[in-house]
Design a protein around this ligand. Structure first.
Ligand code: ADP
Length: 271
């Protein structure tokens, strides 16, 4: 039997320890960098609507209010900026909760078909304004029971359908398709809009990433929607994927664990 050289053993232990500590330091540096960038992004995003509202209100105070048409126009623009600020703060709170894992999920039996119909009803006016047609497929689908958090999955689907309306084309068509296999329902939200250029595709789930900044702000976007969607689906053991073709359209897909129908309504775990 060969005895282990104690010096060699100690050396290798020290080297493992040093590598571990170096990795920890790298990790901390990355987190610090991330935190700094996030703070800079948030300050910038908050400043934009605040400056805009300030500008409109001060111009009115300085005399523009005397003209009733200007008064009306500037008040409406100031209100739009404040609404944007409100949406941003709400999304920031949700994002920070989902990222920290603080968001309590209430998993229950929900029917995806019913939820989609409710969302279509809610978004009807927005869709009509652009002449967009909303459809659920297949027509024969009756119920699609999954185990999920109703409020959060509603938020996910609302976001995807709303984006499809916002970034799709006038007189376009949006299809929510719900397909099933043994354990899951696969949901896709498809539009026939201008699509997303390939170089942007992998980045759209990052917070504050927008392909077209002015269009996103104009339509009330916070740039946080898809980041929130990704985290919510993550908490459901699911992943979102996107495919897009220029001038043909964009499709977002994810899956949710099914509820196997039996006498005791057993829940099937995701993944
Ligand atoms: P926003 O608040 O800007 O809508 P999101 O996180 O929801 O933020 O989306 C990020 C960006 O991805 C959008 O600004 C838009 O450029 C792009 N995008 C999202 N959905 C679509 C779509 N269906 N078609 C084309 N572009 C899209």
């Amino acid at each position: 039997l060969r005895s282990v050289n104690p010096i060699k053993k100690l050396n290798s232990e020290i080297s493992v320890y040093v590598t571990k500590k170096q990795n920890e330091i790298e990790e901390l540096k990355k987190m610090e960098q991330f935190r700094r960038e996030f703070l800079a992004d948030v300050s910038h995003e908050l400043k934009t609507p605040i400056f805009a509202a300030q500008g409109f209100i001060h111009t009115l105070i300085d005399g523009a209010k005397e003209d009733p048409k200007t008064l009306d126009r500037f008040l409406n623009r100031a209100a739009k900026s404040i609404d944007g600020l409100d949406a941003l703060v709400r999304d920031l709170v949700t994002l920070s909760q989902v990222e920290k894992g603080d968001l309590k999920m209430h998993f229950e039996q929900i029917d995806l078909k019913h939820i989609t119909e409710e969302i279509f009803e809610q978004l009807e006016t927005k869709a009509e304004k652009r002449g967009v047609n909303l459809k659920i497929k297949p027509k024969t689908l009756e119920k699609a029971f999954v185990k999920a958090d109703k409020q959060r999955i509603t938020q996910v689907l609302t976001n995807l359908v709303e984006n499809a309306i916002k970034y799709g084309k006038d007189q376009g068509k949006i299809i929510v398709e719900i397909e099933e296999d043994k354990k899951h329902f696969h949901i896709s939200v498809e539009d026939d809009g201008p699509g997303i250029p390939p170089e942007h595709l992998s980045r759209i789930f990052e917070r504050f990433y927008r392909v077209d900044k002015s269009r996103s702000r104009d339509t009330g976007g916070t740039g946080l929607g898809l980041a929130i969607v990704k985290h919510i689906l993550n908490a459901h053991n699911s992943k979102i994927t996107v495919t897009s073709k220029i001038d043909k359209g964009t499709t977002f897909k994810f899956k949710l664990a099914k509820i196997i129908e039996s006498s005791d309504e057993k829940l099937v775990d995701g993944e």
